[in-house]
Design a protein around this ligand. Structure first.
Ligand code: NAP
Length: 282
């Protein structure tokens, strides 16, 4: 069984992107720029945003951090996003989710123009993904595809099962696997016979948000198991949606948590930002 090293793969990608970011700077006379908007005091979001800003700086991408208080009115948040949309030094805009409850996330995200939508959440990008016409893809599922590609795991013709159907992970993940010619099944909380369906998977992606939900008896012999989950176990320790020990008895490839999909998400955010900047040159 091979443990897929997302940390090392992400480091390689970040180094490659630093070269592309430097080339962009040389051609355009300015750095690729990513604006990160964090509204409120969610501690996990603060950590994610800090990590994203640090990764940007290390790759030679300029970050513009906007930290707004929890009680920010909708009109102020909207005005900020519109100003960032009009700013030519900014190539990507990321609004960290979840937003405080009083804010209309849909309206705020819709204010990000598609060309600066480095999260791939816009209706335009989701439409392109659904039609297999390119566009910017959500960072986490894109990171999973990149892991499969770099580990030379073939997807075409394989049975893929995605557990979870969220807009940011499960759905785009299933679409990417379908676009790569897998035969895809999407499972969710109303799925019957989940165990049997998972056991048919050559490629099993878990994006459920429940610690160690996928147990060894749900994994087919030789399956590739990708754990997107970032959960806490009964002792408060970070763990994934997959029971690593149980799955490792059957899987051929397995991503750990931490050090699997997580670091790839940030690497793909940088990649989407560099690509958004590069598109402004053409
Ligand atoms: P989410 O929006 O809560 O979606 C969870 C999905 O799991 C839903 O589609 C839900 O089904 C399904 N589900 C829940 N219970 C189930 C059950 N008993 N059987 C089958 N399906 C079930 O979560 P998310 O945003 O997609 O995130 C999923 C996990 O990935 C979380 O642990 C999150 O922290 C992690 N994550 C990691 C990264 C990263 O960078 N590594 C990025 C994003 C998210 P219904 O639709 O029927 O409710």
């Amino acid at each position: 069984m091979t443990v897929i090293d997302g940390k090392a793969t992400a480091a390689t990608i970040r180094a490659e992107l630093a070269v592309r970011a430097a080339a962009f700077e040389e051609k355009s006379g300015k750095k690729a720029g990513l604006a990160v908007v964090l509204i409120g005091n969610d501690p996990a979001s603060q950590i994610y945003v800090r990590n994203k800003i640090r990764a940007c700086e290390e790759a030679g991408i300029r970050s513009f951090a906007h930290f707004l208080p929890e009680n920010t009115p909708q009109k102020d948040a909207l005005a900020l996003i519109k100003a960032l949309a009009a700013d030519e030094s900014i190539h990507g805009i990321l609004v960290q989710l979840p937003l405080p409850r009083h804010l209309d996330a849909k309206e705020l995200l819709a204010a990000i123009p598609a060309e600066k939508d480095v999260d791939g959440f816009s209706a335009e990008d989701i439409g392109k993904l659904a039609k297999n016409e390119g566009g910017t893809v959500a960072c986490t599922p894109l990171g999973v595809m990149e892991l499969l590609r770099r580990y030379r795991i073939s997807v075409a013709g394989k049975r893929a099962v995605v557990v979870g159907r969220s807009n940011i992970v499960g759905r785009p993940m299933a679409m990417l696997l379908l676009n790569a010619d897998a035969t895809v099944t999407i499972c969710h909380s109303k799925t019957s016979d989940l165990k049997e369906i998972c056991r048919e998977a050559d490629i099993l992606v878990a994006a459920v948000g429940k610690p160690k939900f996928i147990t060894g008896d749900m994994v087919k012999e030789g399956a590739v198991v990708i754990d997107v989950g970032m959960d806490r176990d009964e002792n408060g320790k970070l763990c994934g949606d997959v029971d690593f020990e149980g799955a490792s008895a059957h899987a051929s490839f397995l991503t750990p948590v931490p050090g699997g999909v997580g670091p790839m998400t940030i690497a793909m955010l940088l990649q989407n930002t560099v690509e958004a900047a590069e598109r402004t040159l053409s």
